[in-house]
Design a protein around this ligand. Structure first.
Ligand code: NAP
Length: 329
C-alpha cells in the first residue's frame, strides 16, 4: 500500500482531492517502478488539485507533474534498480498517475537520470518551474541575447518560474529587473539576483500600444495577458520574449508591429514534451548556472497532506518561490 493525493470527480463534475491509501497493483502498466522521495506543487498542480478544467484528462488521477526518486523495479535496459531519476511533464499528473504519491510506475522514456549535482530534494526544488525557467533562458541565449545587450525583465518574479529565472539570469551576469505584485518580497528578489524591482501594475495597461519606449533586451514571462503584451511592446529591437505562463490570463492583446518593425522574437516555451536531449541540456545547465544556496533560499518543504492547501495558495498567487513535497512526511 502507498499514500497518494487522489483526485476524483462526481456526476456534477465536482473534483475532490484527498489523501488515499492505494494498492500498488492499481498503478498503471509501465516499464519502471519508482519509490518517490519528493514531488512539488507547480501552478499546473494547483489547477489540477483545485479541480480547474483543462489539466486532468481522466479520473481518478494522482496529480503531480514532477517527481524524483529511486527505481525500485525495471524492465528497461536504460535503468537499474537503485538508479536515481527525475521526471518532469509528459502529461504525468494530467493523463498518467503522477508524483504526489509514495510510489509511481512510468515509462522509462520520460525519465532523466538525476544529475550528480543534485539531491532528489534539490531536483524537486527546481521541478518543472525551474526547468522551464532554464528553457526560457536557453531561448533568450539562442536568440542572441547577451548580458551586455541590456536588462532582462522577469514577470511573476516571486513565483516558482520567476524566482528561478531571476537566480539563473543573475548568476549569468544579466541585469535582472523583477516585476512583482508583492513589494514586500523586494529583499528576497534582490538576494536572488534582481538589481531592480518594479510594480507589476507598471505593465498593467490592458489595451497597450503595441510599440512603447524600449527597455528590455529580453523577457521571461510567466504571466501572459496584458503583462506580456506590455512587455513585448517595450522590448528592444531584435530582443526576445520567452513566454511560458498564464498566471494573469491566456489572452494576448498585441499586434504584429513589434515583430515586423523591431524584429522582436516571441519564443513559446512548452516544457511538457521537450525531447530527452533538450531536457538533459536544461538540467546540465542548471547544475552550473543555478546557485544551490539561492535554490534553498527560494524553497520550503511540506508534507504530502499539506500539498492540497498549497494548491489553493498557489492559484491565489500567495506562494513565494518553490514548494517541495516530502511524500513520506
Ligand atoms: N509552458 C510551460 O511548459 C510551463 C511550465 C511551468 C509553468 N508554466 C506556467 O507558468 C506560470 C507560472 O508558474 P509557477 O509554477 O511559477 O506559478 P507561481 O509560483 O504561482 O508563480 C506565478 C506568479 O505570477 C504572478 N501572478 C499571479 N497571479 C497574477 C495576476 N493575476 N496578474 C499578474 N501576475 C500574477 C505572481 O508573482 P508576483 O506575486 O511576484 O507578481 C505569482 O507568484 C503558470 O501559468 C504555469 O502554468 C508553464
Amino acid at each position: 500500500m502507498f499514500k497518494a493525493i487522489y483526485l476524483t470527480r462526481d456526476e456534477e463534475k465536482t473534483v475532490s482531492a484527498e489523501i488515499a491509501e492505494l494498492d500498488e497493483s492499481n498503478l498503471p502498466e509501465h516499464d519502471v517502478a519508482i519509490d518517490v522521495e519528493y514531488s512539488t506543487v507547480n501552478y499546473k498542480d494547483g489547477l489540477a488539485i483545485m479541480g480547474k478544467p483543462g489539466v486532468v484528462r481522466s479520473y481518478p488521477m494522482i496529480p503531480g507533474i514532477d517527481l524524483a526518486g529511486t527505481i525500485s523495479s525495471s524492465d528497461s535496459s536504460d535503468y537499474e534498480v537503485g538508479d536515481k531519476i527525475v521526471l518532469n511533464g509528459w502529461e504525468v499528473g494530467e493523463s498518467h498517475w503522477g508524483g504526489l504519491a509514495q510510489k509511481s510506475r512510468l515509462s522509462s522514456d520520460w525519465l532523466v537520470p538525476l544529475p550528480e549535482a543534485f539531491t532528489t530534494k534539490q531536483a524537486m526544488a527546481i521541478g518543472t518551474a525551474g526547468y522551464t525557467a532554464m528553457l526560457c533562458v536557453l531561448a533568450l541565449e539562442e536568440h542572441g541575447v547577451r548580458p551586455d545587450n541590456g536588462p532582462i525583465l522577469v514577470t511573476g518574479a516571486s513565483g516558482g518560474v520567476g524566482s528561478t529565472a531571476v537566480a539563473i539570469l543573475g548568476k549569468l551576469g544579466f541585469e535582472v529587473v523583477a516585476s512583482t505584485g508583492r513589494p514586500e518580497e523586494s529583499t528576497y528578489l534582490n538576494d536572488l539576483g534582481a538589481s531592480e524591482i518594479i510594480d507589476r501594475n507598471g505593465l498593467g495597461e490592458e489595451n497597450p500600444r503595441p510599440l512603447q519606449g524600449t527597455r528590455w533586451a529580453g523577457v521571461v514571462d510567466a504571466v501572459g495577458s496584458h503583462t506580456l503584451a506590455n512587455a513585448i511592446a517595450q522590448t528592444n529591437a531584435n530582443g526576445c520574449v520567452a513566454a511560458c505562463g498564464l498566471a494573469q490570463g491566456a489572452d494576448l492583446n498585441t499586434s504584429v508591429m513589434p515583430f515586423i518593425l523591431r524584429g522582436v522574437t516571441l519564443a513559446g516555451i512548452n516544457s511538457v514534451y521537450e525531447p530527452f536531449a533538450r531536457r538533459k541540456l536544461a538540467w546540465d545547465r542548471m547544475a552550473t548556472d543555478l546557485d544551490p544556496d539561492k535554490l534553498e533560499q527560494m524553497t520550503q518543504v511540506v508534507g504530502l497532506g499539506e500539498s492540497i492547501n498549497v494548491a489553493d495558495q498557489i492559484l491565489q498567487g500567495k506562494v513565494r518561490g518553490r514548494v517541495v513535497v516530502d511524500v513520506n512526511a
